[in-house]
Write a protein that binds this ligand. Structure first.
Ligand code: MG
Length: 399
């Protein structure tokens, strides 16, 4: 076998989840420091019918929380300062924070205006170990943007998010690799993202109070009751999360896979099989991330280290192996005319979107959904048995 391990997922991932503390209120305090420490509520006219968009920690001590009707908030704390909110300002502060993130990782996935995942794996050479890096990021948010944030570091997104929530306010929590399950086990079941107050209540009525209680339920039972969500619940209760950190769809970010051969090759069948395999891997990650790609770029490095790239842009974005492979092989075959040996082959998927064709999203025919279901099946078998459990015949290299 000519493959090296480098195209397999990295073993020790370091994922950072950063979340601003009471973001709207923090921005208001940055603009008017006299608000600091006071019960401040952002959400409009307390006599109106709106709800609390954000409450300062001082206001939360009165039992006020977001999504609560403003009238009720005023009854709980008549002295609170009510602000209408300035959304232009919130976007501006958010932009500053994300600008800062980009210095630390090429992979920044925004979850909302005030929350993001950063993949710090492999950034150690540039920025040092993850924990001091995270501290520095929080410090810079404080000193350069003027607001407070909390963060969690862990080996996956699930744990990082749970950790940052527990670190609030202005804290930082690191879950050591190997401690994932032990960390989650004693927590209340509604600490698991996706389990809201209502389902948390439901679980408690069934005698399931902690994540450990949930983890003890048989996977089949959860699947029977909750379907696909039951499968996710089972994985989350065990601290398992394979979801990659993916930059915002629509910007210049890409998903790529490449491999360097142990021995340079000019065998077209071998190069085609390798490329096909890399396409399957990249497209699999595309689907895991709920994305579609419109541009496909092939990269070849010859034995003399000369590197060439060739791109093709599709009429419609895709998440189908077949389309990506056919396009990539087309690009490869045009480059294989010479007799130069190849030492590296790679594929990059760019122009990523959340829908195959955003303009006609409302009118698309149901056929692509059939494909989605097929790939969902393939992807879940791979999660269980490993990526190589299902491969296209075209991706099987001939030794
Ligand atoms: Mg927040």
């Amino acid at each position: 076998m000519h493959f090296k391990a480098q195209d397999e997922p990295a073993a020790g991932r370091e994922i950072l989840h950063v979340d601003m503390d009471a973001f709207f209120v923090s921005v208001e305090e940055a603009l008017d420091p006299s608000l600091k420490g006071k019960p401040v509520i952002v959400g409009g006219d307390p006599a109106g019918r709106g709800v609390v968009a954000a409450a300062s920690y001082a206001a939360r001590r009165f039992g006020i929380h977001s999504a609560m009707p403003l009238g009720r908030a005023r009854r709980l704390c008549p002295d609170a300062i009510f602000l209408r909110g300035s959304h232009g300002m919130y976007s501006e502060f958010s932009r500053r924070v994300f600008k800062l993130f980009e210095k630390y990782s090429p992979e920044v996935e925004p979850l909302s205006i005030d929350e993001a995942y950063l993949d710090l794996s492999g950034c150690a050479r540039l920025h040092g170990p993850a924990l001091p890096t995270a501290e520095r990021i929080l410090d810079e948010i404080r000193s350069q943007v003027g607001i407070n944030a909390s963060a969690g570091i862990a080996s996956n997104k699930l744990l990082a998010k749970v950790a940052s929530a527990m670190a609030k306010p202005s804290g930082l929590l690191w879950i050591a690799p190997g401690m994932e399950r032990r960390f989650l086990a004693p927590l209340p079941v509604d600490r698991i993202p996706g389990i809201g107050r209502k389902s948390g209540e439901q679980f408690r009525r069934m005698g399931i109070h902690t994540v450990a209680d949930l983890a003890r339920l048989p996977r089949e039972l959860l699947q029977e009751v909750y379907g696909a969500w039951g499968e996710k619940l089972h994985l989350r209760a065990h601290g398992i999360c394979h979801s990659p950190v993916v930059g915002q769809a629509g910007d210049a970010r890409s998903i790529s896979r490449e491999t360097t051969f142990e021995t340079d090759s000019i065998d077209p069948a071998f190069l085609q099989a390798t490329l096909s395999y890399l396409c399957e891997k990249a497209t699999g990650q595309l689907r895991t991330s709920g994305l579609y790609a419109r541009s496909i770029t092939l990269k070849l490095r010859y034995s003399d280290f000369r590197t060439v790239t060739r791109s093709h842009t599709l009429g419609e974005a895709t998440a189908q192996d077949g389309v990506v492979i056919a396009t990539a092989l087309g690009l490869l075959n045009r480059l294989l005319k010479g007799r130069t040996r190849v030492r590296l082959v790679g594929i990059a998927l760019t122009s990523l979107t959340r829908s195959p064709n955003p303009q006609t999203e409302l009118f698309h025919d149901p056929a692509p959904e059939k494909w989605d279901r097929l790939y969902e099946g393939i992807d879940s078998i791979r999660r269980k048995y490993g990526f190589r459990s299902i491969l296209r015949a075209a991706s099987l290299p001939r030794d």
